[in-house]
Unconditional design. Structure first.
Length: 148
């Protein structure tokens, strides 16, 4: 296991195309993670989103292969998460979606994190938000995000 990465997997009772839409449509993205944002869903396209409180993340999409794979750079520009030294362009998030029966195996890999503390903070955040994503993608409503 790499020491500069967070790797998480989730089984989702929804097809890959459905799950992928939560990474490629602004309203769906913000339903599971964030309170506002601007996204250009194309390779090289930028994004900027207020994830929670005053924590703002931004980066660029580097790969979009619907409905199987998505990759983007990640970094914090504002808020207490910016103290983790994960600045825009220094880390990469890769999402792969593999169809398994009627469902999807989602694998999230966040690479290029500068320290064990940054890995722990990102693992906590991605675990929280993936939990919300699974509920939405399976047709549920996780309710308001208590982190925002």
């Amino acid at each position: 296991m790499p020491t500069d990465a967070v790797i998480l997997e989730r089984h989702i009772a929804a097809r890959p195309r459905t799950v992928f839409s939560f990474f490629s449509e602004p309203d769906k993205w913000l339903a599971w993670m964030g309170k506002d944002g601007e996204f250009t869903f194309e390779p090289g396209g930028p994004y900027r989103t207020t994830v929670r409180g005053d924590n703002v993340a931004e980066g660029r999409f580097t790969e979009i292969d619907a409905p199987k794979r998505l990759a983007f750079t990640w970094g914090w520009t504002e808020g207490d998460m910016a103290d983790m030294a994960v600045t825009p362009g220094t880390s990469t998030v890769e999402i792969t979606l593999d169809g398994v029966g009627e469902g999807t195996l989602l694998r999230l890999t966040h690479r290029g994190l500068p320290s064990p503390e940054a890995c722990a903070a990102q693992a906590e955040a991605w675990t929280h938000y993936l939990r919300r994503l699974v509920v939405w993608a399976e047709g549920g409503d996780p309710g308001p995000d208590d982190w925002t």
